[in-house]
Design a protein around this ligand. Structure first.
Ligand code: ZN
Ligand code: ZN
Length: 291
C-alpha cells in the first residue's frame, strides 16, 4: 500500500512534501486551508508553481489527498448552513483541482435536529450539485464515520444511500477510516472478522468504491461510536487488525494515511516523531518485509 500520514501545510502547501519525505511517506494527506475556518486565502499562480516544483522534487510521494474542513455539514437541515457548507465544499474541490490533487475526502455530515433520511437526502442534493459545478479531475470521497451524535456515514447503508442519491457517479468514492468503522461496530481485528466486514461492505456498497484509507487505531471499544484516534497497535484494533489491510492485495495501490497524534515523549522526556514510528509499525506488518 502507499502508506503515509497527514502532513502540515504551514508555510505553503509545497512545504508538506518535505515533511512527508522526512517522515517516510509514500503518499500524504493535506489540508489546503485551515480546517477550522470557513474562509481561505485564494490560491495564487506562485502557490501552484511552488507546489509543482516540490511535487517534482519529491515525485515518490503520491497520491496526495486533501481532507476538507471539519466545519462543512452538507447534511444540515438548516438551509443557510447547508448553502454555506455546499459552497465551502465546492471551494475545497476547486482548490484540490488547482493543485491537480486527485482525491478529496470529507465527512458526510450530521443531521442535527432533523433525521437520518432527510440528512442523507441533503447530502445527495449537495453531491449532485457539486458534480455538476466542479472540474472532473477530483474524486470526491465520503468518509466512513464513527457515528458520534447525529453523524451520518456510520453504517455502510448510510454511505450506499448517499451514493445512490447521487446516481453512483464515477467521481465519487469512499474513504475507509479504520478507527471510525471499528467504533461504528464493524470488527476488523482478526482475519475472519476483517473478511466478514469487507464482505458486508461489498454487499452493501461495493469494494470498488473504496478509493483510500485512513489508518488510525481506536482509543475506544468496538461499537463505542466514539471517534478517538490511537497509535497503530496501541488501541482496541491492535496490530493484527492492520496486518489484515496491509497484506490484502486488493489494496496494493491504495493510499492509507495516518491521522494519529504527531508526537509523544519517551521515558526520558525526549520527543518521538510518531508518524515515523506508526509508519514503521505498519511496514513491519507487511509479510515478506524481512523479519
Ligand atoms: Zn479519518
Ligand atoms: Zn476520526
Amino acid at each position: 500500500m502507499r502508506l503515509g500520514a497527514h502532513m502540515s501545510a504551514a508555510g505553503g502547501l509545497h512545504e508538506a512534501f518535505k515533511r512527508g519525505h522526512e517522515a517516510g511517506c509514500d503518499s500524504m494527506l493535506v489540508f489546503t486551508k485551515s480546517n477550522r475556518q470557513w474562509a481561505a486565502k485564494p490560491i495564487t499562480p506562485d502557490d501552484v508553481e511552488k507546489y509543482r516544483q516540490a511535487q517534482a522534487n519529491y515525485s515518490h510521494i503520491f497520491p496526495v489527498a486533501v481532507h476538507a474542513s471539519y466545519l462543512i455539514n452538507i447534511a444540515s437541515p438548516d438551509e443557510a448552513l447547508w448553502e454555506k457548507s455546499y459552497k465551502a465544499l465546492r471551494d475545497e474541490v476547486e482548490r484540490a483541482a488547482a493543485f491537480d490533487i486527485p482525491l478529496l475526502t470529507f465527512h458526510p455530515g450530521s443531521y442535527m435536529d432533523g433525521d437520518e433520511t432527510t440528512g442523507i437526502a441533503q447530502i445527495a442534493r449537495a453531491l449532485r450539485r457539486l458534480l455538476a459545478d466542479t472540474a472532473p479531475s477530483v474524486t470526491i470521497c465520503l468518509e466512513t464515520m464513527a457515528g458520534q451524535g447525529t453523524n451520518l456515514g456510520r453504517t455502510f447503508d448510510h454511505l450506499a444511500a448517499m451514493l445512490d442519491g447521487a446516481d453512483r457517479h464515477e467521481r465519487l468514492g469512499v474513504c475507509f477510516d479504520t478507527c471510525h468503522v471499528f467504533a461504528a461496530g464493524y470488527d476488523i481485528r482478526t482475519p475472519a472478522a476483517y473478511e466478514q466486514t469487507l464482505a458486508e461492505f461489498d454487499k452493501v456498497i461495493g469494494l470498488e468504491w473504496i478509493k483510500c484509507f485512513h489508518f488510525n487505531d481506536s482509543q475506544h471499544e468496538l461499537g463505542s461510536r466514539k471517534d478517538r484516534h490511537e497509535h497503530i497497535g496501541d488501541g482496541h484494533i491492535g496490530r493484527e487488525g492492520f496486518a489484515n489491510f496491509v497484506n490484502d492485495p486488493r489494496w496494493a495501490n491504495h493510499a492509507a494515511h495516518l491521522e494519529t497524534p504527531k508526537t509523544e515523549k519517551d521515558a526520558d522526556g525526549k520527543e518521538i516523531d510518531m508518524d515515523v514510528e506508526n509508519l514503521r509499525r505498519l511496514r513491519e506488518l507487511v509479510r515478506g518485509s524481512g523479519d
